[in-house]
Design a binder for this molecule. Structure first.
Ligand code: TYD
Length: 408
């Protein structure tokens, strides 16, 4: 889908950066079957009116979210704990207002967050378009329907179950191109005193850390408080709070409610003021980000080539969706990285999207002991350093590209 215009304001987008042809971030390729891989031109644009940084072209949602979707939320222990904490704090919110609360989660994946509501017998509904992960959620008792969310579906849910006290979504909203329709759907779903909370990778962190790997087909938007505030104003909802999270390399949790229902927190007022002073509302900020991205790419290519010249073996650690952008933008292939280690069963034995680096199990990583591991899951650095003490003690080196290209 080609959008030269902003998906919220309808105004022309200012082009910021062209990443060239990219495959799907989660489009792992079967090793022993010949398939025609899908590529699209990945570019980002900025809209000075909605202040939204967004993909100019995005593959159709059905290409990305289907019954072979390779991302299972429950692969990280830290994320599991994060979602438990999210559920606890959200539960406190709804219990203040409702005796028999109804909670809806958009994009519930394998149930990692909503399970904390279902375990406590809280009325809930998960909406998850990828059938394979939705099945996992249902298996653990999380009531889930496998559909794409829209304002129309919101009407049907309200007819069947009534309005919700709480609407939650984690790492989902930034995936949905027709975001105005979704915002409208949330507005319809929420009871008059209901709240919506969603979190996504935060644009402020992406700019600060040059973590351009957050840009891939699924992330059609990178949100800020400024853009979220503007988006929801269009449907009569108000941004009343925002809280920074350390997950996904820096995320923001936004809280929304019907306009005028709750006061705006000082926290969100301060965050918005900081975004304005850091230039998040101005196109020139994104043009300097584009220069930083190109420098980061040159440094990473240079670093890998130096390591190879010294005769070192280099492997990737974690076949993340983010790594697809890095590998294809920097043109890093199997001659540079011997393999990528990953713990997700569905990815093991495949080839990485576009550059076709073999994805191997974690056991293979332990056996091969590469000299250097390029940390694609840099957002899980503490969890990974904790469990890879042996690799590090035995002289294994870690290479990262965030916030700067360096050996750790
Ligand atoms: P994440 O950063 O959530 O990925 P994405 O960029 O796709 O959002 O990391 C999840 C992936 O990383 C998943 O493929 C599993 C892999 N992984 C490991 O292989 N080992 C680990 O220790 C961790 C934390 C993740």
């Amino acid at each position: 889908m080609n959008n030269q215009n902003c998906r919220v304001s309808g105004k022309p987008l200012e082009k910021i950066l062209d990443f060239g042809l990219q495959p799907l971030g989660n489009g792992f390729v079967p090793a022993n079957k010949s398939i025609k891989e899908y590529f699209y031109e990945m570019q980002i644009g900025f809209c000075p009116e909605s202040r939204l940084l967004q993909l100019i072209n995005q593959p159709e949602p059905e290409r990305m979210f289907h019954d072979q979707y390779a991302f299972f939320s429950s692969t990280s222990k830290r994320m599991a704990q994060h979602f438990k904490d999210f559920a606890e704090s959200a539960l406190k919110l709804v219990h203040v207002n409702a005796t028999d609360p109804f909670v809806i989660e958009l994009g519930c994946n394998d149930g990692i967050l909503l399970r904390h509501f279902s375990d406590r017998k809280v009325r809930h509904l998960g909406i998850e378009p990828s059938e394979n992960v939705a099945k996992e959620a249902n298996k653990i008792g999380v009531d889930t329907i496998s559909q794409f969310f829209s304002a129309k579906l919101a009407d049907q849910i309200v007819d069947l179950h009534g309005q919700a006290d709480l609407f939650i979504a984690a790492n989902v909203m930034c995936h949905i191109p027709d975001i105005l329709d979704v915002a409208f759907g949330i507005q319809k779903l929420l009871k008059p005193n209901g709240v919506a909370q969603f979190e996504d990778p935060y644009l402020g962190d992406v700019l600060e850390k040059t973590s351009y790997d957050q840009i891939y087909d699924e992330h059609v938007f990178l949100f800020s408080c400024l853009s979220v505030e503007h988006l929801f104003e269009q449907v009569g909802l108000e941004l009343v709070d925002a809280e920074h999270q350390s997950t996904h390399g820096g995320s923001m949790r936004y809280t929304l409610a019907h306009k005028g229902k709750y006061p705006k927190s000082n926290r969100v007022i301060n965050l918005i003021a900081r975004e304005i002073s850091n230039g998040l509302g101005e196109a020139k900020t994104y043009h300097s980000f584009a220069k930083n991205v190109q420098n980061s790419r040159d440094q990473l290519i240079g670093m890998i080539s130096n390591l190879k010249k010294q005769g070192m073996s280099v492997a990737g650690y974690a076949a993340t969706s983010k790594s697809t952008t890095i590998l294809n933008f920097c043109k890093i292939g199997p001659e540079d990285l011997d393999f990528i280690s990953d713990t997700t069963p569905i990815k093991i034995g495949t080839l990485s999207p576009g550059m076709h680096i073999p994805v191997k199990s974690h056991d293979f990583f332990k056996e091969k002991k590469p000299d250097v591991a390029l940390l694609f899951a840099w957002n899980h650095v503490e969890e990974i350093m904790g469990k890879e003490l042996d690799f590090t003690k035995n002289g294994g080196k870690w290479l990262t590209h965030v916030p700067k290209v360096k050996l750790l």
